[in-house]
Structures are given as C-alpha cells and as structure tokens.
Design a binder for this molecule. Structure first.
Ligand code: FRU
Length: 488
C-alpha cells in the first residue's frame, strides 16, 4: 500500500512539474480530454458513477512517450467540462510492476472497482516473455483506489489454443446474476480472439469460452474488447492489430471496429456478422463504451495511432481522446454522433442559408481553428465537391474533405495539413440528393460526422496557427441549404 501511494506521489509530482509549460501550447486541444502533461493512450474505466462521468486513461506521467503505464483520471458532470483528478493507479506490485494496462470500471455496492491488466516484462523482451494478469483496485469515493490484497484475480491463462503471453484489457459488465468479463487474446498461431469469463462476486472468475475468434484477415491480436447490448443485439467492439489493407479499408497500423451478433450466455459463444470499422480516418484506436443514467451508450477512443508521428512530443505531451460519441444502431450498422451535451461549447454563431458554391468559395465569418460546423449540401449536378479546412493560402496548407458522387466516396486528405504524418483515407457514404455534415475542429484535430453518424473520419493534423481558412469547392454548383458555424 505504501509503495503504491509513493508511486502515485512521484507521478503526480512529475506531472505538476511539466503541466504549466504545456498548457498554452498551440496544438493543445481545447475541448478534448488530453493529458495534463506526459503521454496518454487508451481510454480506461469509462463509467457513470454517483452522478458523474469518470474517464481514466493509459498514462505515462514521466514523459511524452509510452512508458510504465499509470491510469490518469478525469471526471465530469456533462462530458464537456472535465476535472483533472489525482492519478488513480501506478505500478507498485510484483504482478503489475511494469504497468497497469488497460481495463474497465464497474460499480458494486456503492464502490467503484477498476479491473485492469498487470503487466510484467520477463527478460526485458517486450513482445514475448511477458506476464499479463488481471487485477482489481477499489475505491469508496471514486478518487482514491486500493489494490486488492487478493490480486491478481486471474493469474493463469486457460488451457487451449490461447497464447501464453498476450492476455489483457478486461471489460466487465453485469448480466442477470453474473458479472462477465471479455479479454483480448490471440491463438498460438497469431489469430486475434476474445475470451469470456464470469463471476458471481466480481472477485472469483471462471473461464467460460473463447467468445469469438477471427477468421481470414482479422489481425494477429485483438486488443481492448468491449461487449454490450444495443437494441436487443450483442455488439463486440475490439481493436484488431495488424489487419492487412483491403481496398480502402484497414490502412491504419491497427484497426478498431465491431461485430453485431448474439451472445449465448450459456455456451459463451458469440454468433456474429461482418466486421465494420468505427471510424474511417487516421487516428482512432481502443474505443471503450459505457452506459449512463439516461441509458445511452457512449463511446470514446484514443484519437491517435501507434507509431504515428506526434509533433507535440517535443513539447512534453502527447495523446488525446475523441469527443464522446453516442452509439446507436440502424439496419445492422452502428451510428456514432457527438453527444448533444457538446452544444454547451457553442459560442458565437455564424449562419448562412441557400448559398451556392461554385469552384472555390469562402463564406463570411466561416473560419477558425476551434469550431463546430454543420451543413447540408444539396449536391445537384456536381460530381466532385467538398470542404477545405485549416487553410493557409500563403503556405498552401489545407486539410481536404472531398466527395465524389459517381463512386460514392469521400476522401480525407492531410498531405498538406502541416507538420506530422500525411496520407489520405477514403470510405463510401450515401450520396443521394443531400449530404449532411457535422465537423469538429480543435487546435490539432478534425472529426467529421457524415450523414448523422453513418460514417466518421477522425484525424490529428498539425497546421500552423495562421491556417484558419475554410473553403468550399465544387466542379458544378452545389447549394449549402444551411450552414451553421460556432466557435467553441
Ligand atoms: C492498446 C494497448 C492495450 C494495452 C495498452 C497498454 O492500445 O496496447 O492492449 O493494455 O495499450 O498501454
């Protein structure tokens, strides 16, 4: 216990030393959850506890790169105004000495339980010879945690075709009389899979089954699985590592997506349909969902990608969360849209109606580097049209969202976005008469919601501060039936 408290104190001190210097940085996101200083990856323990949203995250407090994992912690009443809380977890025990890896949170008898993976490197080799176990920390106030004396609660990896090293990222939920846990895993010959456990007490866990396993091009390891019920179906969200590109899909280093199906709680088997991606941009990984007091399923993800260039690292911090997204389903697909609470951020409104756009057009008052833009485009006879964001005409910087009517494709191009990685990402969207767009721009991010969450594209971009232009373009005139833009 003492070691744990000392480790938290060291971590807190490291963050305090750095945090003032990163505060006003040009690329620091203004309305997204970002680390106070240091490094952030996966969302963890996203939950609604005693009337507030709690969000934890994989955190390295001692520097802007990945390192021994702690759990950072923020909470909020509205998912808009987040309050930084003390670091919740630090490596301190034999079973988690090299990191408190990803996991989830659940309330039981008024207490908040964090269920996470304890990581230990054996012989210093990072990809094999590691020991991963599942452990629990508990809190009475949702802020200060104690690791259970009985940890780890799952130590032995089950028999069968289950890799002995990679065994992590527990997500726990309650169904009828049992708690269930889904874990990320892989087979001995590197096929991603998810394992199912169950428990009456939350403390003693029994292995049920390999709940689902990839076939074909489905990654060598599934990280961060999350299972939940939505509209009478069971949804498995997970992040497969290493799927090969197929057409315009799977071009990021690792993917995140979902399967919709039915979980047989007796056999532990998930019958499922096709795999679909949750975001079609560049920077989206390890999403985690929670259900709030209004019964809404809400998701956040890490808005970055492993091994990607992160230009803020030279300034002492890296990593961000996406805005919280409401998850709904329709016709066998998930839709994700910004939670309505974000409307609180809206400041000055600029509005235009029935504007015709031909060639390249800018609109009075429509520019910025921290805004929300909603527009409905009447496509008319155009075959190619779109929006350029974060434009600087002098330097040629721009981030381009381009639609192609014939192919039904949308492309997000960040080749001229500034510093950082370039590239394009592409996906299909429904394009009949109209197209609906809702775009969130924050200092170094763009999140595009197309047709009310049919497709979403997220990207980190690092333009210079003068790149604030917004331009609409079209090969044949299109009409912006309505356009609203708010500074945030
Ligand atoms: C996913 C992941 C998890 C792991 C964590 C470590 O991004 O690799 O599988 O628990 O990050 O930080």
């Amino acid at each position: 216990m003492e070691i744990f408290q000392d480790r938290i104190k060291d971590a807190e001190e490291a963050v305090s030393r750095l945090k003032d210097s990163v505060k006003e940085h040009q690329w620091r996101l203004r309305y997204h959850v970002v680390p106070p200083a240091g490094w952030m990856n996966d969302p963890n323990g996203f939950c609604f506890y005693k009337g507030e949203y709690h969000l934890f995250y994989q955190h390295h407090p001692f520097g802007p790169e990945w390192g021994p994992m702690h759990w950072g912690h923020v909470k909020s009443k509205d998912m808009v105004n987040w309050e930084y809380l003390p670091i919740a977890m630090a490596p301190s025990e034999d079973y988690d000495k090299d990191g408190c890896f990803s996991g989830s949170a659940i309330e039981k008898d008024g207490k908040l339980y964090l269920i996470y993976t304890g990581n230990v490197w054996i012989d210093g080799k990072e990809d094999e010879d590691l020991k991963q176990v599942q452990a629990i920390a508990v809190s009475e106030d949702g802020i200060h945690f104690k690791k259970l004396a009985g940890n780890p609660v799952i130590e032995k990896i089950p028999e069968g075709d289950i890799n002995k090293y990679h065994f992590r990222d527990p997500k726990v939920w309650k169904h009828e009389d049992f708690y269930y846990m889904v874990l990320g895993s892989k087979t001995n010959n590197n096929t991603g899979q998810a394992l199912l456990y169950r428990s009456k007490s939350l403390l003693d866990w029994e292995f049920v089954s390999v709940m689902a396993k990839g076939e074909g091009n489905f990654g060598f390891m599934w990280e961060c699985p999350d299972l939940f019920e939505l509209d009478g179906k069971d949804v498995l969200v997970m992040s497969p590592q290493g799927m090969k590109p197929e057409g315009n899909k799977y071009h990021n280093l690792h993917q995140s997506g979902y399967l919709i199906g039915e979980l047989n709680y007796q056999t532990g088997e998930l019958q499922y349909g096709d795999f679909h991606m949750l975001d079609h941009g560049f920077d989206f990984y390890a999403p985690q969902t929670m259900i709030d007091d209004k019964g809404r399923r809400i998701m956040v993800a890490w808005m970055d990608m492993w091994e990607s260039v992160m230009p803020t690292q030279t300034s002492g911090y890296a990593g961000a969360m996406t805005i919280p997204r409401l998850v709904t389903s329709s016709n066998g697909r998930l839709y994700t849209t910004p939670v309505p609470e974000l409307q609180q951020l809206r400041k000055t409104l600029v509005e235009h109606q029935h504007v015709t756009v031909a060639e390249e057009t800018w609109l009075d008052g429509v520019h910025g580097d921290c805004f929300e833009l909603i527009t409905r485009i009447d496509i008319r006879n155009a075959s190619s049209f779109g929006i350029k964001l974060r434009v600087n005409k002098e330097t040629g910087q721009e981030t381009v969202l381009q639609f192609d009517k014939q192919s039904g494709k949308v492309t997000l191009d960040r080749n001229k976005s500034g510093t950082g990685a370039g590239g394009t990402r592409e996906t299909e969207v429904t394009m009949h008469k109209n197209l609906d767009l809702q775009i969130f721009v924050d200092k170094s991010s763009v999140e595009v919601f197309i047709n009310r969450g049919e497709k979403v594209m997220s990207a980190r971009i690092y333009p210079d501060e003068q790149a604030t232009g917004v331009f609409f373009f079209a090969d044949e005139p299109v009409k912006l039936t309505e356009l609203k833009k708010w500074d945030l």
